[in-house]
Design a protein around this ligand. Structure first.
Ligand code: ATP
Ligand code: MG
Length: 212
């Protein structure tokens, strides 16, 4: 069973958006998926409650209460939504649950600065130092032709972790969330640009590069 965590101590960078879309992608691929929410804010659980019954099933785990206690036997993957502001012991404990960690970063000076601090802390966690967890960064809410996007692109290229993908800012994410869907479940004519942008991320997840 794989455990993929979406994590950044910085709030509002897209952790729940990436986690719900990842769970939806695995489900549409036919995998047995659980979505574990470590955030008492419950964004991922709220999304799951909106999910139509006729869509491929995703099992919700209220991990902030009882961890993976209700994880389905034989699940292929658990996608984990981590809370903001996780530091110190809490961060170390969260990292224990995953072998692959995706770090979303927004095109904003505040977010890049906060992410630098977060990556210092994350890279110092024993499990990450020993390469028992693989990290990857994803630029999120990109707007083309903005200076700050160029800055983020350069920041992620030089970052201490692999730079996997960049996702645009799109209403599709908002639309999909409110319907309990992922962008992979929206019509192709609307969502194809987002599908293209996710390709490097899903390829990375399929490859050995994302596994310890
Ligand atoms: N690529 C995107 N395009 C448009 N809106 C986005 C995108 N990614 C995230 N958002 C929006 O940005 C806001 C924050 O996203 P999200 O809740 O996923 O972040 P988070 O890191 O989980 O936040 P928190 O730290 O509060 O848990 C939400 O309103 C979400 O709909
Ligand atoms: Mg969240």
């Amino acid at each position: 069973m794989r455990h993929i965590m979406v994590m950044n101590a910085k709030g509002g960078c897209g952790k729940s958006t990436l986690a719900t879309n990842l769970a939806s992608w695995y489900a549409t691929e036919g995998a047995t998926v659980a979505l574990a929410d470590y955030d008492p804010q419950r964004s991922s659980m709220d999304w799951l409650e909106r999910r139509p019954a006729n869509r491929p099933e995703i099992v919700g785990l209220e991990a902030y209460k009882d961890g993976f206690k209700h994880a389905p036997r034989g699940a292929d993957v658990i996608v984990i939504d981590a809370p903001a502001r996780s530091h110190g012991k809490e961060l170390t404990n969260l990292v224990r649950h995953a072998e692959t960690i995706i770090v979303p970063v927004l095109p904003s000076t505040i977010d890049m600065q906060a992410t630098t601090e977060f990556l210092k802390e994350l890279n110092a966690v024993g499990k990450v130092e020993r390469k028992q967890a693989k990290l990857g960064a994803v630029g999120n809410r990109i707007r083309d032709n903005t200076l700050i996007w160029d800055e983020l692109d350069e920041y992620l290229t030089k970052a201490r972790i692999p730079y996997i993908a960049a996702l645009r800012e799109a209403q599709n994410y908002i639309r999909a969330y409110s319907r309990g869907l992922g962008i992979f479940e929206l019509p192709e004519y609307l969502a194809w640009p987002d599908w293209d942008e996710w390709e490097p991320l899903t390829s990375w997840l399929k490859s050995k590069r994302s596994r310890p």
